[in-house]
Design a protein around this ligand. Structure first.
Ligand code: UD1
Length: 420
C-alpha cells in the first residue's frame, strides 16, 4: 500500500495548475449514456474514481476511450446491458449516477446500492423517490436497485426533502428524456450541477432555472453528442490555497475560477491572507504570517462546502486563536481529528461540532488517511509539522487529487511516495 513521506517546514511558493473537477467529471461521464451520437469530454482529471466510472460504463457495452491524459470519448451505439455490478459500485458511491440516464434512455436499469461509506450512512432514498415521481417502478432486492418504466418516464414534480447533489444530478439526467415537464424543487446548486446542466443543454436538453434551487426541465425525445470541457476543481483549488496558508507561503492556482469558491476565499481573507483574484486564477499570499483562526459551518452551495472542512480545520490547528467548526452535511466527518491530534493539534469534538485551539507547532507522527478530503488535511498538517510524517492509506487521496505529489513538489514541498 502506498504512503507519503513528508518532511515539514518548507514554505510553499509558486503556481499550480488546477485539474478538471472530479465531482463534475463523474456526472458528465454518466450523462454520456444519454447521447445517441458520439460525445467527447475534455479536461477530465486522471483519477481512480474517473477510471472506475469509465470501467463501469464500458461494462455496459459503451465504446469508451480514455487516454489517461484528459479526453474521454464515448459512443453508446454499442450499449448492450443496463447492469452496474456491486464490485464496481461499492468502491465509489457516485456509480449510482448511471441509474437515471440508463432508465431514461433504455427503460430499465439494475444498479447495485452503494452501501455505507466511511463519512456516514449516505442513503439514496431521495434518488429513488424522485425517479418514482417520474413514473419509475423501483424494487430493491439483494442489494440491487431494479428500476423499470413502461415506455418513457413522465415529467412530474420532484421535491427533495434535503439538498442532495447526487440526487439532483440523477433526476436531472432522467428528466431530460422524460415526456413533458419536470420541476425539481430544493435542487442542489453546486457548480458541478451547473456544469452538468450546461452539457445537457449542449446535447439538446431544455432546462431552465440553472444555478437556482428550482430546475424546470422540458423533456426531449433524443439527445446528441457534443464536445464539452469539465469545470475546474474548486476543492482542489481551495486545498492548494490552504497549503499556502498553512506554510506562510504564496501560491497561485491557475486554470480555475474564483467564482466557484467565494465562501472559501472569504475565510482565507478572514485568516489574514492576501487573496488576489483573476479571471482564471487565484493567488493566496500569507506573507510569512501565522493565520488567524476562522469559525464556519458547512452548508450546501453557495455556503461553505463540506469538502473543504478538513483542510481549513488543519489550518486552524496552527492558527492564532480559537475556532468552532460545525459539520451539517455528513455525520461522522471528523475522522481526521484523532489523526491531527496525534500530531499535536488541540481539537475537541462534540457531536457535529469541533472546537480548535491553535498551537504554535505540530510535530510529525505516523498518521492514517480515512477519506478523500480528510487525507489532504493530514498532508497539510505534515507540510507544516516539525519532522518527517508518514501518511498511510493514501489510496483515498488518489481517488480525488490528480498528481498530488508532483504538484506539491512544484511548490517546493518535500513529499515522496513510498510503496511497500
Ligand atoms: C456529493 C459529492 C461529495 C460532497 C457532497 C456534499 C460527488 C461525486 N460527491 O456527494 O464530494 O461531499 O456532494 O456536497 O459529487 N442523502 C440522503 N438521501 C439521499 C441522498 C443524500 O439522506 O438519497 C444525505 C446524505 O447522506 C448526506 C446529504 O444528504 O448527509 C448530502 O448528500 P449528497 O449531497 O447527496 O452527497 P453526494 O451526492 O453523495
Amino acid at each position: 500500500m502506498d504512503k507519503f513521506l513528508i518532511q515539514g517546514g518548507n514554505v510553499l511558493k509558486g503556481a499550480v495548475r488546477i485539474s478538471g473537477a472530479k465531482n463534475a467529471a463523474l456526472p458528465l461521464l454518466a450523462a454520456t449514456i444519454l447521447a445517441e451520437t458520439p460525445i467527447t469530454i475534455t479536461n477530465v482529471p486522471n483519477l481512480k474514481d474517473v477510471n472506475t466510472l469509465v470501467k463501469l460504463i464500458s461494462g455496459l457495452g459503451v465504446t469508451i476511450s480514455y487516454d489517461n491524459h484528459d479526453v474521454v470519448k464515448a459512443d453508446t451505439s454499442t450499449l448492450s446491458n443496463q447492469f452496474a455490478p456491486y464490485e464496481l459500485v461499492k468502491t465509489m458511491r457516485a456509480s449510482i449516477l448511471v441509474l437515471g440516464p440508463l432508465l431514461a434512455r433504455y427503460g430499465e436499469a439494475k444498479v447495485s446500492l452503494p452501501g455505507g461509506c466511511a463519512i456516514g450512512s449516505r442513503p439514496v432514498d431521495q434518488h429513488l423517490k424522485a425517479l418514482e415521481a417520474l413514473g419509475a417502478h423501483i424494487e430493491v432486492d439483494a442489494g440491487y436497485v431494479h428500476a423499470k418504466v413502461d415506455g418513457r418516464l413522465k415529467g412530474g414534480e420532484v421535491i427533495f426533502d434535503m439538498v442532495t447533489v447526487g440526487g439532483t444530478e440523477n433526476i436531472l439526467m432522467a428528466a431530460v428524456l422524460a415526456e413533458g415537464v419536470t420541476t425539481i424543487r430544493n435542487a442542489a446548486r453546486e457548480p458541478e450541477i451547473t456544469d452538468l446542466a450546461n452539457m445537457l443543454v449542449k446535447m439538446g436538453a431544455k432546462i431552465s432555472g440553472i444555478d437556482t434551487d428550482t430546475l424546470i426541465v422540458t423533456g426531449v425525445e433524443r439527445l446528441s453528442g457534443c464536445e464539452y470541457a469539465v469545470v475546474a476543481d474548486r476543492i482542489e483549488t481551495g486545498s492548494y490555497l490552504a497549503a499556502a496558508a498553512m506554510t506562510g507561503g504564496c501560491v497561485r492556482t491557475t486554470h480555475t475560477d474564483p467564482v466557484l469558491l467565494e465562501s472559501v476565499l472569504e475565510k482565507f481573507e478572514e485568516m489574514g491572507a492576501e487573496v488576489t483574484r483573476g479571471d482564471d486564477w487565484i493567488e493566496l499570499d500569507m506573507q510569512g504570517k501565522r493565520p488567524k483562526a476562522v469559525s464556519f459551518r458547512t452548508l450546501p452551495h453557495p455556503e461553505f462546502p463540506t469538502d473543504m472542512q478538513a483542510q481549513i480545520m488543519a489550518v486552524n490547528t496552527i492558527a492564532r486563536g480559537f475556532s468552532t467548526i460545525s459539520e451539517t452535511i455528513f455525520e461522522n466527518r471528523f475522522m481526521h481529528v484523532p489523526e491531527l491530534s496525534r500530531m499535536g493539534a488541540n481539537i475537541e469534538v462534540e457531536g457535529n461540532d469541533a472546537t480548535v485551539t491553535g498551537v504554535e507547532k505540530l510535530s510529525a507522527a505516523p498518521v492514517m488517511a480515512t477519506d478523500l478530503r480528510a487525507s489532504f488535511s493530514l498532508v497539510l498538517a505534515a507540510l507544516a509539522a516539525e519532522g518527517e510524517t508518514l501518511v498511510d492509506r493514501i489510496y483515498h487521496i488518489d481517488r480525488g487529487y490528480e498528481k498530488i505529489e508532483e504538484k506539491l513538489q512544484g511548490l517546493g514541498a518535500q513529499i515522496k511516495r513510498v510503496s511497500e
